[in-house]
Design a protein around this ligand. Structure first.
Ligand code: ZN
Length: 635
């Protein structure tokens, strides 16, 4: 389906979060890096308490977390965490190095530094901050980035502390490692000036590139994260958290537009049917008796374990729950997200997807009859669980169904790896920022600004010149690379491997081999940064030939270990190569003799290379083949 984003008044704003590569954390002197698993860990368990604001209000996001009633477990690695992260000691003054780096990036983004930095507390209630808030400080305002569809404004640039790292999660507890809490992050927020999915990608890419070019940000997976704000006319401004791959951005935007359009379509359909929010029943029924002999093993074993099957009847809703909201997700999936998040149940089963899951046509008929519903117009939802969870789950589903009459509910969503999104939590209230009274305001004086100016951030336009003149990459490859998301990866690899392997080899690995393998359907995303470092280092050390790079990547992508790869693609010794050439000559002796030298070279070369499979330098094989062939024919 062709979508006219201009007509829908699509507005997208980006928030790019990037970890800074400073020595210390933002508000204490712990190292700004993740802890290894083999240090000593202690554990601290906390519970979340709810309190009202001065105005007697309760934050909807806070209420949500309390309703889930989870225990929060903090892992405390020795040497990486002090009393500040545990919220047992006030934070220290803001880290000057991090401030200087953030101001240098702000300059490159054409933003004005503020006169004075005030640290604020932003309420975060999922337990990822021990204090119940995240500290954040605006350091610059009002910049822009250039884009082919016009300048995109930058509203704020802030310095923030990263949250604790979630390492495990169940319905009744969550475990965080505190090592990441307090690592400095720069947050760049654009104005909602972005108008197409492709523009969102270009702008995110450009902002990320400018940060990367400062040379003072952390690299690798998890060090950069994008959040998106997406709205269309008559829809709602939806926050989408945690897009950690650039390539996913256009998909996330396009799917969110599709989702909002579908939800508006559902609203229209409900109105056309004459239904009203009050038509959504507030009660549910125990239907365990009806299903006690059904073919679903899940249901029967749950009943054996003392759980029950509860049904929410939905008169007039037939066909609504099965409607697609975006690829692979139906309206029923949206409801299921609410049931999972609020009730901690495994999900829901709805009548539009039945018969299925062992529930037969006959069971379906019995369920309809039992609840006094009509198959031609009504629907229902089933939850298999204990009463308490079912009640929480179905109450959330009922609220969500009522919102279907408004259209798009205001919520915070999380990105899935396929570009679709899932419900994460309600959007917090607007009043979630207040001053951090434990930290003094800091004047940005001349000395800080001077230090920021000393960090020269090249402009994106200069990168092409650096690649061609300094890295000696061909102009053709370089101009592809500067427009490609793998430029970041390239720059990282060059920095890490510059004394080992040439930038040309790195560039062709990323832009030629990886791309052609991907076109051939190889899942190259399974090859991690450290796999690439290992392969390219081995090439640099002469252990595997650069001709073997595609084969090595392919092997790793299909699950081989690097040790296997090294064994299979180790460079062949000259004696081994000679033996292969001799064998080929022997086996095709008659053909070669009848063809003569010139016509046999490519034949022999081809057969030898198919045995060598990249384990030798092509030029060396060619020389060897020519010499051996001459000797063979002279015999
Ligand atoms: Zn600390």
């Amino acid at each position: 389906m062709e979508i006219d984003y201009g007509k829908l008044r699509l507005k997208v704003g980006l928030e790019v979060h990037q970890q800074l590569d400073s020595e210390f954390k933002l508000f204490c002197n712990c190292p700004a890096k993740l802890a290894p698993e083999d240090v000593r860990y202690r554990e601290v368990v906390r519970n979340l308490w709810l309190s009202k604001s001065e105005l007697g209000e309760i934050d909807p996001a806070a209420l949500y977390e309390i309703a889930r009633g989870r225990k929060i477990v903090y892992r405390v690695p020795e040497g990486h965490v002090c009393l500040v992260e545990l919220d047992e000691e006030p934070p220290h003054d803001i880290n000057r190095e991090a401030l200087v780096v953030s101001l240098s990036i702000a300059r490159a983004l054409n933003a004005r530094p503020v006169d004075e930095v005030y640290v604020m507390r932003k309420i975060v209630v999922d337990g990822s901050n021990t204090a119940g808030f995240q500290r954040t400080a605006i350091v610059a305002l009002g910049g822009y980035v250039e884009d082919e569809d016009g300048r995109v404004g930058i509203q704020t640039i802030a310095l923030e502390e990263d949250a604790a790292r979630k390492v495990a999660e169940e319905s009744d507890y969550v475990v965080y490692n505190l090592d990441r809490l307090g690592i400095p992050l720069i947050e760049v927020s654009t104005a909602p000036d972005i108008k197409t999915p492709e523009q969102a990608l270009r702008v995110a890419y450009r902002i990320g590139l400018i940060m990367r070019l400062s040379g003072r940000v952390k690299r690798g997976i998890g060090t950069i994260r994008q959040d998106l704000n997406i709205s269309i006319e008559n829809g709602e401004r939806i926050e989408i958290k945690g897009v950690d791959k650039l390539e996913l951005i256009p998909k996330v935007v396009a799917y969110e537009v599709l989702r909002q359009l579908s939800l508006l379509g559902i609203r229209e359909e409900l109105c056309a049917r004459g239904l009203k929010p009050d038509d959504v029943p507030e009660f549910f029924t125990d239907v365990s008796e009806v299903l006690k002999d059904c073919g679903s093993r899940l249901i029967r074993s749950s009943l054996d374990r003392g759980m029950r099957v509860y049904a929410l009847p939905l008169p007039g809703f037939r066909g609504i729950l099965g409607r697609d909201v975006c690829p692979g997700r139906r309206f029923g999936t949206e409801l299921s997200d609410y049931a999972k998040a609020w009730g901690g149940v495994g999900g829901i089963i709805h009548s539009d997807e039945l018969p299925a899951y062992g529930i037969s046509e006959k069971d379906l008929e019995s369920l309809y009859r039992y609840m006094g519903l009509g198959r031609d117009r009504d629907a229902f939802i089933l939850v298999v669980s204990d009463y308490e969870r079912a009640e929480r789950a179905l109450k959330a589903v009922i609220q969500r169904l009522k919102q279907a009459f408004v259209g798009v509910p205001k919520e915070t969503r999380a990105a899935n790896p396929d570009g679709t999104t899932r419900y994460l939590r309600p959007q917090p209230g607007a009043a979630r920022m207040y001053p951090e009274t434990d930290i003094r305001p800091l004047k940005i004086d001349e000395s800080i600004l001077k230090d920021a100016e000393k960090i020269a951030v090249p402009k994106p336009e200069d990168v092409l010149r650096i690649l061609v003149e300094e890295h000696r990459v061909s102009r053709e490859l370089a101009s592809q690379l500067v427009r490609d998301p793998s430029l970041h990866l390239y720059l990282d690899l060059v920095e890490e491997l510059k004394s080992v392997v040439s930038p040309q080899v790195i560039a062709s690995t990323l832009m030629v081999h990886m791309k052609s393998l991907r076109r051939d359907g190889i899942d190259v995303d399974r090859v991690s940064y450290s796999d690439l470092v290992k392969i390219l280092s081995a090439v640099g050390r002469g252990e595997i030939a650069k001709e073997a790079i595609p084969e090595a990547i392919k092997a790793i992508a299909s699950g081989s270990s690097f040790e296997d790869v090294l064994r299979s693609y180790r460079v062949l010794r000259v004696e081994e190569l000679e033996k292969i050439v001799d064998d080929v000559l022997k086996s095709s002796a008659d053909l070669i003799k009848s063809r003569g030298f010139e016509k046999s070279v490519s034949l022999v070369m081809g057969r030898v290379m198919s045995v060598v499979r990249g384990r030798a330098d092509g030029a060396l094989v060619n020389t060897l083949v020519r010499r051996k062939l001459q000797e063979f024919l002279a015999r």
